[in-house]
Design a protein around this ligand. Sequence first.
Ligand code: EPZ
Length: 431
Amino acid sequence: MERYIIRGGKSLQGEVEIGGAKNAALPILAAAIMADETVLLENLPNVSDVNVLLQVITEIGATVERIDEHTVKINGSTISDLTVDNDQIRKIRASYYLLGALVGKYNEAHVALPGGCDIGSRAIDQHIKGLKALGTNVKIEHGMLSAKTAHLRGNHIYLDVVSVGATINIMLAAVNANGNTILENAAKEPHIVDVANMLNSMGANIRGAGTDVIRIKGVPKLHGTEYSIIPDQIEAGTFMMAAAVTHGDVLIHNVIPKHLEAITAKLNEMDCRVIEYDDAVRVIGAEHLRSTHVKTLPYPGFPTDMQPQISVALALANGTSIVTESIFESRFRYIDEIVRMGANVRMLDNTAVITGVPAFTGAEVAAPDLRAGAALVIAGLAAQGYTVIDDIVYIQRGYEEFDKKLQQLGAEISKVETDRDIEKFKLKVVS
Ligand code: EPZ
């Protein structure tokens, strides 16, 4: 099993390139199969969740041609199976986007219930509510989520909870419906806008994405397109936090600074400097980080996907910080791990009271989920001595070449498989 070993204490310096956004790429791959013409997608991140979805798309009969690591051509005209089920798809959350896409195109789909990171109860009632409102009969049976209809019809839908997944799934199903759909209390994340832009480039008629009311005028058919996925806001934020924690100076390329505003604001409060360019940000870490308070909220609030990373930084800041997680109830499962590294954290329901300590000590820890895993890497980079991180498969779901990008910035990190590899790493970094 692959692990990361890190010798902490190096200040990150240099430049790093951010890839395409995983959480935009996944629904965009689902959207791509809705056309019977070829869709060319660029800036696709080469991460395991994306590759699982590509595999599943192939299994239902779509033609997938990999042009290079980050470019793919998809043609949905050859789809022959409306049932999506294999062991891999059950592990990823984005499987449900195939429900919206296939129902939108063929009026029928059967998809294994979604898995994904264990960060909370992760209900899908709003997806079901939306699909039902569009005229489908939705059933959950034997671990499968099925939707079927004679024809989809537009409707007025109000989401009871702001949900990224439900907003996108309803958009996917509604683009080909008869008539108009108005979706209120929609999520506003950059990836919602990206999916809407991509669908519009295929001939859909979606207005208002990025606001809380999205209007969709049904069109009979979508056509092929060429589309480049937006940069990953969370990958960028993770490198920003790594720079801050290691008192580094890192120029992060291929970002949209506007998407990073909530993270930038917090780094400023923590006494770091963030300089914005057109498509880059430079983060200069403070000599001593300052405590602050954070509450996760839907966009444009502070992203839940950055909560573990900022909490690790605050655990090394002067003073006491309060971090409240308001989106997913089980997103603090990494706290026990950083406490073993020396952090001082008290949990009160969904709030962490974090009193900064001057330094962490390296330890053997395990990644409980994707973002928590990334946060443990950040903790390891800042720790004294060696940190070994198990279960890095979670990290590989959403970060492409995380270790290599960190090495480029001067970090002492390596992917290892055996205890012997660990010993070799130790010998190498000491010499
Ligand atoms: C997406 O998950 C992302 N996943 C998550 O990224 C991200 O944390 C989350 O959005 C919030 O930004 C993908 O894009 C594949 P939600 P999703 O529906 O769609 C409740 C990462 O690390 N809810 O916006 O599952 C839900 O329980 C991951 O990259 C309902 O009650 O998130 C949660 O409390 C992990 N009913 C809140 O809404 C529903 O039908 C927000 O969930 C749907 C959601």
